[in-house]
Design a protein around this ligand. Structure first.
Ligand code: IPE
Ligand code: IPE
Ligand code: MG
Length: 259
């Protein structure tokens, strides 16, 4: 007869085996995740949407730990889009409160593990009680030499491209650069993600097959992995499965496959 501790041991062994297989091949340097499906997870349980967000915040912690332990260089998570401001005020407030809890609760995890926390997006729209501790932890963790963890908050890819364009035009108007100086590399350095390599792998949970304004410039050649799993159910094994799938892809970048 198998007991629940047998089952726990079997799944721990399966996870260790999957981890070892993933570590045997090159990892994606930068993994970006569209964390979707919190509302549907809650609805399936007859719970308010905010409970889905609370559960989703646990997935974010678990996946961050898993990515860091694996040795992924950069992890970017889409936590709140520019368009999400149009959700009902109660849901927006609940999400902001969860962010404050997340920042306070993860402080030790970030600092003790050398994680470099950054936030990208229009942070001026965030309430003070989010922005102050967020900026404080970003600053405190800036010297970390471990994984770069980027929170996309009040973020939109189009908004980011417009902000970069404005900055470049202003710089040209001041006579610092000429139009012909603006190449891909300079444009990338004008984006909020300037310190990061482009994502190699984009994961979207909850089965939606769209980008929803996420990192539009940066993911030109990213591999996409879409799973039906709802974000609150997403854990280390699911991250490993996505990376294992990525490791089987033939990335051609428009060229002919290398032999
Ligand atoms: C993702 O879950 C979290 C945010 C966008 C803030 P959703 O809240 O979009 O959940 P669904 O898509 O409605 O299930
Ligand atoms: C994308 O999810 C934004 C985040 C995950 C933060 P949405 O739920 O907002 O996207 P749509 O509305 O399905 O495109
Ligand atoms: Mg959604």
């Amino acid at each position: 007869m198998s007991t629940s501790s047998d089952t726990d041991r079997d799944s721990a062994l399966a996870l260790a085996d999957l981890r070892a297989r993933v570590l045997a091949r090159p990892l994606p340097r930068h993994v970006a995740i569209i964390m979707d499906g919190n509302g549907r997870w809650a609805a399936q349980r007859g719970l308010p949407r905010t409970e889905g967000h609370r559960a989703g915040s646990e997935s974010m912690k678990a996946v961050t730990r898993a990515a860091r332990r694996l040795g992924v260089e950069a992890l970017t998570v889409y936590a709140f889009s520019s368009q999400n401001w149009l959700r009902p005020p109660g849901e927006v407030t609940a999400l902001m409160d969860l962010l404050v809890e997340y920042i306070q609760g993860e402080r030790a995890e970030v600092l003790d593990n050398g994680i470099r926390l950054r936030a990208i997006g229009d942070l001026t729209r965030l309430p003070r009680q989010v922005r102050t501790p967020l900026e404080e932890l970003c600053l405190a963790s800036a010297g970390g030499r471990g994984m770069a963890l980027t929170l996309a908050l009040s973020y939109g890819g189009r908004e980011e491209i417009l902000a970069a364009t404005r900055a470049l035009v202003e710089s040209a108007a001041r006579g610092e650069i000429r139009a012909s100086d603006i190449d891909e590399s300079r444009f990338s350095r004008a984006l909020w993600t300037r310190e990061l390599p482009d994502p190699d792998l984009v994961i979207r949970t909850s089965g939606e097959r769209r980008l929803s304004n996420f990192l539009l410039w940066q993911i030109a050649y990213a591999e996409l992995f879409i799973t039906d799993i709802l974000w609150p159910d997403f854990r280390e094994a699911d991250l490993l499965a996505a990376i294992a799938d990525f490791q089987l892809r033939d990335r051609r970048f428009g060229k002919v496959a290398a032999k």
